[in-house]
Design a protein around this ligand. Structure first.
Ligand code: G16
Length: 548
């Protein structure tokens, strides 16, 4: 069995010493203050090389981003060959490598992986790298490349990309020349593919009024600007919050997370009645829409509303195409508004599954359906078409002109939708397609169902790892007794629902609450948040920190 060149590893590892911290590969990889990440990212480079070798030299993607987090944070996530998130069982290896206390432990762990997973170190390894606009990204890419050098992996640095572009390119490279070829492996190839499909979908329809797009002062701004010429006059978009030259502005009072959590428009965007607006997050893998009603009320069209719109449209389209053997299903998380789940189940009559937070869980579940629509309420999601559904769609001919049109739309829809991961650009085009085909304003879209009032609260605690959940994160099993206390409070609220879970991307515990009215919801969220805060100080003997 080939082994690691320990001298080479030690020389490279000496450039990336490990701090005292303990690291965990969380909801979307490692994510924390950028100053702490150097050794973690170096070791993730080693892992990426091992993953590629294990898969016979298939291309593995690496994205350096902290997405919706503050500008000072950064992170890394690995992408598997078909553009999906790193296989779950490898997350534990990522965590173990990042916490090895010495080079000896590092080498031992690599050798244990090589032997237990039967990795042939003589195989080639290929890895591609993308990063968002954070200034810390450049040094972190260098640390990652040093990790790749430990195992002689070949790397290609694609520079600044949105996260979904990196997923797309990874899949293109691994499918090139096969019947599943996904497209040209470049940002340009991605723009061409999406724009061509979108133009087919809106061909002959009256164009909608311009969309105002908040890019969170992140990578979505230059990349969407780059994309616009490919769309030509098929879509008008006014980009705001595009200041990537002031890194501290990234996600600041703007972006999908700010809009969804605060249920308010971002700073830098003047909302007027009936305008159609959307916000990306910092790496452009999430999108939420919103508008202002005639009475100046802010109205959010979040991931749940997008899922409802997409499911409704696809169900109608497969019927119109005469291929309603294709079954649509929807995947949500506990954050989905109760009214959205009822709408999907009772009005659209589609099966709905609930899984833990993290697109990796949703994606996996969605693959069980012919067409799986998955969205987190925060705007992260996509639609996946099974190979057999695609075969049916591409072989159908239709027995009437109307059926032929619907079949053509379904084909284009499968091209406009990023099948690898939630993608804000592609989701934007999906929503714009539906609104254009139906000639709907955001208000008409919003009328599908009325959200139950809901509130998201973050509680900063001393140690979020003591919070353990089950039942797709809807119940806490630790700390003991806390769930009973939550249940007792929830019972007192009409239509009350609340759950508590540790975030996997921020150092906080998240509290979700919904109830019959806005004031009851706010009270419920505050009472549960207060309970978590008090419990954390008394129950665990830990000092409370902050309730925000
Ligand atoms: C990531 C994940 C999402 C998740 C979000 C928040 O999004 O990809 O699936 O919903 O984090 O996760 P948590 O509640 O565990 O902090 P992003 O856009 O930040 O990469």
């Amino acid at each position: 069995m080939a082994s690691v060149n320990v001298e080479n590893l030690s020389a490279l590892s000496a450039k990336h010493p490990k701090p005292a911290n303990t690291f965990t590969y969380g909801t979307a990889g490692f994510r924390m203050n950028a100053d702490l990440l150097d050794s973690v990212i170096f070791r993730t480079g080693i892992l990426a090389a091992l993953r590629s070798k294990k898969l016979d030299g298939k291309v593995i993607g690496c994205m350096i981003t902290a997405s919706h987090n503050p500008a000072a944070d950064n992170g890394v996530k690995l992408v598997d060959p078909m553009g999906e998130m790193l296989e779950g069982s490898w997350e534990a290896h990522a965590t173990a490598l990042s916490n090895a206390q010495s080079d000896e432990q590092l080498v031992d762990y690599i050798h244990s992986m090589v032997s237990s997973l039967k990795i042939d170190l003589t195989k080639p390894a290929n890895v591609i790298i993308g990063r968002d606009t954070r200034p810390s990204g450049v040094a972190l890419v260098n640390a990652f490349v040093d990790g790749l050098k430990v195992l002689d992996a070949k790397s290609t640095d694609y520079g600044i990309l949105t996260t979904p572009q990196l997923h797309y390119i990874t899949r293109c490279l691994n499918t090139a020349g096969t019947p599943e070829a996904y497209g040209e492996p470049s940002a340009e190839g991605y723009y061409k593919k999406l724009a061509a499909a979108f133009k087919t979908l809106v061909d002959g329809k009256t164009k909608l009024s311009p969309l105002t797009l908040d890019c969170a002062n992140g990578v979505g701004a230059p990349k969407f600007q780059e994309f616009l010429p490919y769309l030509g006059d098929s879509l008008s978009v006014k980009i705001v919050n595009d200041d990537i030259d002031n890194p501290s502005k990234l996600n600041l009072n703007s972006g999908a997370d700010y809009v969804k959590t605060g249920q308010r428009a971002p700073v830098g965007l003047k909302l007027t009645s009936q305008d159609r607006c959307a916000s990306f997050d910092g790496d452009a893998d999430r999108i939420v829409y919103y508008y202002q009603d005639e009475d100046n009320t802010f109205k959010l069209l979040d991931g749940d509303k997008i899922a409802g719109l997409a499911a409704m449209f696809i169900i109608d389209l497969v019927k119109a195409a005469g291929i309603d053997s294709i079954k649509v299903g929807v995947v949500q998380t506990a954050y989905a508004n109760g009214a959205s789940t009822q709408y999907l189940r009772n009005t659209l009559n589609v099966p709905v599954s609930c899984v833990p937070t993290g697109v990796k869980h949703l994606h996996h579940e969605a693959l069980k359906y012919d067409v799986g629509v998955y969205f987190e309420a925060n705007g992260h999601g996509t639609v996946v078409f099974s190979p057999s559904a695609l075969k049916t769609i591409y072989s159908a001919e239709g027995s009437s002109p109307a059926q032929a049109v619907a079949i053509r739309s379904l084909r284009a829809l499968s091209e406009v939708i990023n099948q690898t991961v939630g993608d804000a650009f592609s989701d934007l085009l999906l929503v714009e397609t539906i609104l254009t085909q139906r000639q709907w304003s955001p208000k008409v879209w919003d009328q599908a169902y009325t959200d139950l009032p809901n509130r998201l609260v973050k509680v900063v605690v001393q140690d979020r790892s003591i919070f353990k959940t089950v039942d797709a994160e809807r119940k806490l099993v630790e700390p003991a007794g806390l769930q009973d206390a939550i249940d007792a409070i929830v019972l007192k609220f009409r239509d009350g629902r609340s759950f508590v879970r540790p975030s996997g991307t921020e150092d906080v515990v998240r509290v979700y609450a919904e109830a019959a009215t806005r004031s009851e919801t706010d009270e419920l969220a505050h009472r549960i948040g207060g309970l978590v805060f008090d419990f954390n100080s008394q129950g665990s003997g830990l000092r409370p920190r902050e309730f925000i």
